[in-house]
Design a protein around this ligand. Structure first.
Ligand SMILES: C[S@@+](CC[C@H](N)C(=O)[O-])C[C@H]1O[C@@H](n2cnc3c(N)ncnc32)[C@H](O)[C@@H]1O
Length: 166
């Protein structure tokens, strides 16, 4: 989940829970580059205590469009959101905020884990899912999926090949 984080100017973790993935991210990137979203108030407080130099927002992703708009072009999104079980009235607004954010710069990609053998949600036009890894040691086994922009020749545009942030 944390692979590729070092090349990003910012790492946005969505649904950080108690911080299992955050702790790995914090070993790879300066904590000041971490922006964390976790709507559970007590978990968010725990994350603030563990990572005082990170920015922690205790809200749902779709309530934070203004925060996403302020993030740099080369932002990697790491998500533990349970897309397949989000209620429709949360899923729609969540994708309505997340997808334009990812599509607005080729340097942005989403890394997402899923317990299901299929992508977390349908990739929008111009983007493609790639199953990056399957973690058999996880119970149940977890797939690590990446959603990224597809280049003109059909290849992925990675944060490394994208233009640097202005
Ligand atoms: C599978 S758990 C995360 C596990 C986490 N990686 C950990 O180590 O604890 C999913 C998390 O997504 C959060 N979540 C659920 N809906 C959300 C939403 N709409 N926006 C942001 N976070 C959400 C939940 O509060 C929960 O902490």
């Amino acid at each position: 989940m944390a692979a590729g984080a070092t090349q990003a100017d910012c790492v946005l973790e969505v649904g950080a829970g108690t911080g299992a993935i955050t702790r790995v991210l914090a070993q790879r990137v300066p904590v000041s580059k971490l922006v964390i979203i976790e709507p559970n108030q007590s978990w968010a407080a725990g994350l603030r205590a563990q990572f005082p130099r990170a920015t922690v927002h205790a809200a749902m992703l779709h309530e934070l469009e203004h925060v996403l708009q302020s993030l740099p072009k080369r932002t990697k999104v790491v998500s533990s959101l349970p897309f397949r079980s989000l209620p429709a009235d949360v899923l729609g607004p969540t994708l309505g905020v997340l997808l334009p954010f990812l599509q607005s710069s080729p340097g942005r990609e989403l890394t997402q884990f899923s317990y299901q053998p299929r992508p977390p949600f349908r990739a929008p036009e111009g983007m493609r899912w790639k199953l990056q890894n399957v973690v058999l040691a996880n119970l149940p086994p977890a797939g690590v999926w990446e959603l990224h922009a597809v280049g003109p020749a059909g290849g992925a545009i990675s944060p490394q090949t994208a233009s640097p942030a202005p």
